[in-house]
Design a protein around this ligand. Structure first.
Ligand code: DC
Length: 206
């Protein structure tokens, strides 16, 4: 068995990456890094008046524990700082060393299979229609007490997709060798089953 085993899970917001990543990590005993939190932590610092590049260069693991990183405002700020090449460059080493940790790692984000871990043993691209994703995010945000509308969330999702897919640096896209899982019409159980069997096929032969 190798100790270096990386699962790369990419895809747009609210497609189910987080749920799948956590389930895969729990099932196989892998460590999990939600790389969106890195960009969110930088975005939150910018909203607080800081400089994006400076924030990325000085980011500490504790910054990922801030409890205000899951808001729609921080998500948009994250997507904006994620366009800056120097911000992305400053976050590469942390992600790559996490991916190499003994015992296996799952990283989810936008460019894990394409840029951060192009040699990952398993690459998944988890997606769903913008409408389905907006509805999921709307329920999640209103469940936490945020005041918003479905239209507003859909516009946010589309704006973020557009920025994440069309930036020059590490745009969001499936790696050539990624398995795409479209969760629009799948139950959580069906999506998890597909992801877990893809990981299992590689893990048992590792
Ligand atoms: O996964 P998330 O919604 O928490 O990500 C927030 C933003 O961070 C996303 O819109 C784009 C950026 N991001 C990125 O550019 N690359 C990653 N690997 C993860 C997130």
């Amino acid at each position: 068995m190798t100790t270096d085993f990386t699962v790369a899970i990419d895809g747009p917001a609210a497609a189910g990456k987080g749920t799948i990543s956590k389930a895969v990590a729990a099932k196989f005993g892998f460590a999990h890094l939600d790389t969106g939190l890195l960009y969110r932590a930088v975005g939150a610092r910018v909203l607080g008046g800081g400089n994006a590049i400076e924030a990325a260069k000085t980011l500490q693991p504790e910054d990922l524990d801030r409890d205000d990183l899951r808001t729609a405002e921080v998500a948009q700020a994250a997507s904006k700082v994620a366009v800056i090449a120097e911000v992305r460059a400053a976050l590469v080493d942390f992600q790559r060393s996490f991916a190499r940790r003994a015992g296996g790692a799952v990283l989810d984000g936008r460019d894990i299979g394409t840029v951060i871990c192009p040699k990952a043993q398993v690459k998944l691209y988890v997606t769903a229609s913008a409408e389905v994703r907006a509805k999921r995010r709307f329920l999640e945000l209103t469940g936490k007490g945020e005041v918003t509308s479905l239209e507003e969330v859909l516009a946010d999702v589309k704006a973020r997709d557009d920025r994440d897919m069309n930036r020059a640096e590490a745009p969001m896209k499936p790696a050539d060798d990624a398995l795409t899982i479209d969760t629009s019409d799948l139950s959580i159980e069906q999506a998890l089953e597909t992801a877990i069997s893809a990981v299992n096929a590689r893990w048992t032969s590792a």
